[in-house]
Design a protein around this ligand. Structure first.
Ligand code: SAM
Length: 338
């Protein structure tokens, strides 16, 4: 296909969903497996993982991203499961950066395997890195993740900072009675560390929808208002990737504080994101169990059919979620690519 050379052709080529939102971002799960067993995501004893022959290969992923870029996607985030348990992940980053026109490639990881992967990720020219760390306390971190050592994660974060992977974002999923007493300590950390600490609200997705977890939900819009009073947190204008976080700052701090509030302050009207599961299902919305299977078209090398699948997903993308009305999403976060 020739590059579009008029505005009309451009408008035709780019993907705008049924609600008029342009699709700019693709979140790709490279595996549904994980080396941690976080209680709210993939608890100990979880079974029923994909077989490796069912996963999209790196060639497959590069092909989809090329087609997605033709449709206006300019940002890709690799996730999972835990993306770094997929062998050779930095090679995929390098291929996306050199073999597709995508503007930004980002990675979300639990950080356990980060330190050893930092040199290859840096030389692959990874644009953005997010590390999920739900507690500053070693014992608590272990209790939440079942298997993780926080020392491994901090070594990875330090190595990433030293390698110049910037901005460095830390995701903290806040749970009542589990880690909500650490919010102030995280905010304090931004005073002299150039980190973006982002607090996430629990979504009723997969395990997160269980009755036990539902009562651990924390309204982060309320938390933000309290932090504005207690720390003088003020909103800042910043673009950090393509995500839904909005950012605030303690006066004179080196770092920033972000809030991801899908429930208390939803941003569905601005959602520019699709998700691709590790087995090639394209999901236009995290909250709804709608998907368009693309694996056959990808493996057949049929770019027109892949493009048609994206357009079909655009036609299916709902206006928003029904979580505030008690809606649940019955699929594991680790398979959708959280
Ligand atoms: N393994 C990687 C990691 O730990 O970042 C990537 C996958 S993990 C599913 C991505 C993010 O989803 C993590 O920050 C995790 O805290 C978040 N997450 C998982 N389940 C969630 C839920 N029910 N609600 C909100 N966030 C969730």
């Amino acid at each position: 296909m020739n590059a579009p050379n008029t505005l009309t052709q451009l408008a035709k080529a780019s993907l705008v969903d049924v609600c008029g939102r342009a699709v700019k971002s693709l979140r790709i799960s490279v595996t549904d497996r994980c080396n941690l067993r976080c209680t709210y995501c993939l608890p100990a004893g979880s079974a029923g993982f994909n077989q490796s022959e069912d996963l999209l290969s790196f060639d497959d992923i590069v092909r989809v991203v090329r087609v997605a870029c033709r449709l206006g996607v300019d940002h890709v985030r690799l996730t999972g499961g835990e993306p770094l348990v997929r062998a050779g992940l930095p090679e995929l980053v390098a291929r996306l950066k050199t073999e597709t026109p995508v503007r930004e490639v980002a990675l979300t990881t639990n950080g356990v395997l980060l330190e050893r992967n930092v040199p290859a990720l840096a030389s692959a020219k990874l644009d953005r890195l997010t590390v999920s760390v739900d507690s500053l306390q070693p014992d608590r971190f272990r209790a939440i993740t079942c298997l993780g050592s926080i020392d491994d994660v901090w070594r990875g974060v330090r190595a990433a900072a030293e390698a110049g992977l910037h901005p460095l974002k830390i995701n903290v999923l806040v749970l009542r009675g589990v880690n909500d007493d650490e919010i102030d300590a995280w905010v304090e950390l931004t005073r002299d560390h150039d980190l973006a600490i982002r607090f996430l609200e629990l979504m009723p997705v997969g395990e997160g929808g269980s009755a036990e977890l539902a009562r651990r939900y924390v309204d982060l819009t309320e938390v933000r208002r309290r932090l504005e009073r207690d720390f003088g947190l003020t909103p800042i204008e910043t673009r950090m990737g393509n995500g839904p976080a909005r950012y605030w700052k303690v006066p004179r701090a080196l770092g920033v504080v972000g809030f991801i509030t899908p429930i208390s302050d939803a941003y569905c009207d601005k959602c520019s994101r699709f998700r691709l599961t590790a087995t090639g299902d394209l999901r236009p919305c995290l909250a709804h169990e709608l998907s368009v299977p693309l694996r056959e078209a990808i493996r057949a090398g049929d770019d027109e059919a892949i493009e048609a699948g994206f357009r079909q997903a655009g036609a299916l993308k709902p206006a928003g979620h029904a979580w505030r009305q008690g809606g649940l999403t019955q699929i594991r976060m680790s398979s959708i690519g959280g």
